[in-house]
Write a protein that binds this ligand. Structure first.
Ligand code: ZN
Length: 284
């Protein structure tokens, strides 16, 4: 009897008084953003593990357990959420869903038609979900995360605010560094990527992203030849592939054009350094 009572007291204490808010995010950069603002004041679970593809991701059973105990789900508009958020909702009726990309102006997917390619849309549909490659967008996300944490954990709101201000400064510094690195490039300088993840980055810095992927697939041989010609014509120096996708066609095109393939992921947890690295490679 005593033992049972003791156990239930422990359970009550651990699930309320001393428990930190429990947060789930879809991708690694979001974990970084939440950590910047919450430091160790919340527990964070990330859905899409490093190296996995957020377009076709399926949660593991252990992650469904985390969902059933979580307080907040910060979504960001990546594709697997379309299928899974409803299931998460039925798993945990008390879970609060906040889309951190809510008041960001989304643009259409970079659509670059290689001459002769079929006139179809990218697999994402109309809007480009890769919003976090723009520092301006991340500043908006930071504010959204802050407002939610402040509401759910008002006792710590002053700390969240101080951390937010610090993070906003860091975002601004990142933006200034990137502008400095890219300042000598001609406007609309083209860079070539396999999967079109860098559209918002391109837009912010007056660059143009050229994607190899055609309708979410590797290009056909005829399309490959057109992309090779384009890479030569535009004097593209590198092709960016990302570890979440096969670099098969990037390698073929790079070889034909006599250039290199560089792997970089927009899903890197080290968000600021990663954007700076991307700018440095483009400016090379
Ligand atoms: Zn994508």
């Amino acid at each position: 009897m005593m033992k049972k009572l003791f156990l239930s007291i422990v359970l009550i204490l651990s699930s309320s008084a001393f428990a930190k808010p429990s947060v789930v995010v879809s991708i690694l950069p979001e974990q970084t953003f939440v950590q910047k603002i919450a430091k160790d004041m919340v527990d964070i679970t990330v859905m899409v593990a490093p190296g996995s593809n957020p377009h076709s991701y399926e949660p593991k059973p252990s992650q469904m357990v985390a969902i059933s105990k979580a307080d907040i789900y910060f979504s960001i508009g990546v594709e697997f959420e379309n299928v899974w958020l409803e299931r998460f909702r039925s798993q945990n009726k008390k879970l609060r869903f906040v889309d951190i990309s809510a008041n960001i102006t989304k643009m259409k997917m970079t659509e670059h038609h290689h001459e002769g390619a079929e006139e179809e849309h990218h697999h994402h549909g109309e809007l480009d979900p890769h919003t976090w490659t723009s520092p301006n967008n991340v500043a908006i996300m930071a504010e959204n995360i802050f407002h939610t944490l402040k509401e759910i954990d008002p006792n710590n709101s002053a700390k969240y605010k101080a951390n937010l201000d610090q993070f906003l400064q860091e975002i601004q510094k990142t933006d200034m560094k990137i502008r400095e690195i890219l300042k000598n490039l001609k406007p609309d300088t083209k860079f070539m990527v396999f999967h079109p993840s860098w559209g918002y980055f391109a837009k912010d810095y007056g660059l143009e992203e050229v994607a190899i992927e055609v309708n979410g697939k590797h290009p056909k041989p005829k399309e490959i030849m057109m992309i090779v010609d384009e890479a030569k014509e535009e004097k593209v120096k590198l092709i960016f592939a990302q570890p979440e996708f096969s670099d098969k066609s990037a390698k073929v095109i790079a070889k034909e054009a006599g250039i290199d393939v560089e792997k970089i992921s927009p899903l890197d947890a080290d968000w600021s350094d990663n954007l700076i690295k991307m700018a440095t490679l483009i400016a090379k």
